[in-house]
Design a protein around this ligand. Structure first.
Ligand SMILES: Nc1nc2c(ncn2[C@@H]2O[C@H](COP(=O)(O)OP(=O)(O)OP(=O)(O)O)[C@@H](O)[C@H]2O)c(=O)[nH]1
Ligand SMILES: [Mg+2]
Length: 358
């Protein structure tokens, strides 16, 4: 999963990225916008994998991971081109974390007029809606042209219907996040990677002093239906540079019970409706990330396309049961070792072994 850190200039994106990944990219009030994104992979802490690894003693243990992309500030300049490489990279991410500045800084206030996080959010929503409108209208024109040339396929007609719904939704100033499309229409337009359709988490970046004073602002965002959280970016970056024990003391002082890495991973899982299933064995214990509601055959396809193609059955038991009963042998005796078919909906913590034949 690719998560984009986006926001207006100087809201603290790179500071937070550094804290998350342990990187040391320059953070500076006056530096011009970077020309490309910083990319970092964050391993998703999961005690269950640690326990499984102790149990199976595999050669390799692989945790799930999230890929964070730290983009330069956007939507601050008239001359920005929503068709530029940066924007297509942003659109290729699965979800957006919008970082808004909620710390005081007189110099930054002077450089950037809009400082009210609520206003900045509506500005972002407007810009994303405009960018999506451009894409959808352009495509509709192309479809109309095809019709004129006598090409009018059922697939094009479905796409046209979806785009017309999208355009009218956007013209009413709504983001696509709030539009429910029938499955086939949704599939027809998925490739456009519309910005206002992406899952969005708002992170208010503030100082350690003001960390506990953001409740009112947070609830305003939440009332509008957004998922919103607060973070002390600079403080987190300083924490990341400390020894673990020392960092824990500072965190306890602030009433923080999770590292930024664990907290953001958890939030992204929640935001995207993600869960994990596991594969175990003497070679490898591994976590796989899927969305809630994924069928056994699609989960098998995550591991390898052959496993989906030749899918016969999934041998399945739950992590909880394994820990409660101690071994696969005991699970079998208790009847907790199941065989599931293609359409079984994989649950968080399922341990799967796919039987297949190609
Ligand atoms: N006081 C305070 N300053 C911060 C905080 N987070 C970032 N800053 C400062 O804000 C300035 C910009 O931080 P960056 O992390 O580079 O911001 P950015 O969003 O990556 O900036 P661009 O990529 O240029 O848009 C730096 O001088 C940081 O030290 C914070 O939580 N508190
Ligand atoms: Mg930056």
């Amino acid at each position: 999963m690719k998560i984009a850190l986006i926001g207006p200039p100087k809201s603290g994106k790179t500071t937070i990225f550094n804290a998350l990944t342990g990187a040391d990219h320059e953070v500076d009030k006056y530096s011009p916008p970077a020309t490309e994104a910083n990319i970092g992979i964050v391993q998703v802490t999961d005690e269950r994998i640690t326990r499984l690894s102790e149990l199976y003693q595999p050669k390799k243990t692989i945790y799930a991971n999230l890929e964070f992309h730290d983009f330069p500030g956007i939507f601050a300049r008239e001359t920005e081109n929503p068709e530029s490489t940066i924007f297509s990279e942003i659109k290729s991410c699965d979800a957006f974390v919008l970082i808004l500045r909620a710390f005081k800084d007189e110099e930054l206030d002077q450089l950037y007029q809009d400082t009210d996080p609520l206003k900045v959010l509506s500005h972002f929503e407007e810009e994303m809606i405009l960018a999506d409108l451009m894409v959808a209208e352009k495509r509709l024109e192309k479809i109309a042209l095809s019709y004129k040339r006598g090409v009018k396929t059922p697939a094009l007609m479905i796409e046209e219907k979806a785009l017309q719904r999208i355009v009218s939704h956007l013209q009413d100033n709504n983001s696509i996040r709030s539009l429910e499309l029938p499955d086939e229409e949704e599939k027809a337009v998925r490739g456009f990677q519309l910005m206002s359709a992406k899952a969005l988490l708002i992170l208010l970046n503030t100082t350690e002093k003001e960390f506990k004073q953001q409740d009112e602002l947070l609830s305003r965002f939440r009332q509008q239906g957004y998922m919103a959280e607060v973070i002390a970016g600079k403080f987190e970056q300083e924490l990341a540079a400390l020894e673990a024990d020392e960092a824990k003391l500072f965190m306890a002082d602030m009433g923080m019970d999770m590292s930024i890495k664990d907290r953001l991973s958890m939030l992204c899982y929640e935001l995207l409706g993600l869960i994990s299933f596991f594969t175990v064995g003497p070679d490898e214990v591994r976590a796989w990330t899927i969305t809630k509601g994924t069928t056994a055959i699609n989960a098998a396809g995550k591991i390898h396309s052959d496993l989906a193609r030749g899918f016969i059955r999934a041998e399945c038991f739950s992590y909880e049961d394994l820990i409660a009963h101690g071994s696969e042998k005991h699970l079998k005796e208790k009847g907790l070792f199941r065989l599931e078919g293609k359409e079984y909906l994989v649950q968080d913590g399922d341990i799967l072994n796919i039987r297949f034949n190609v």
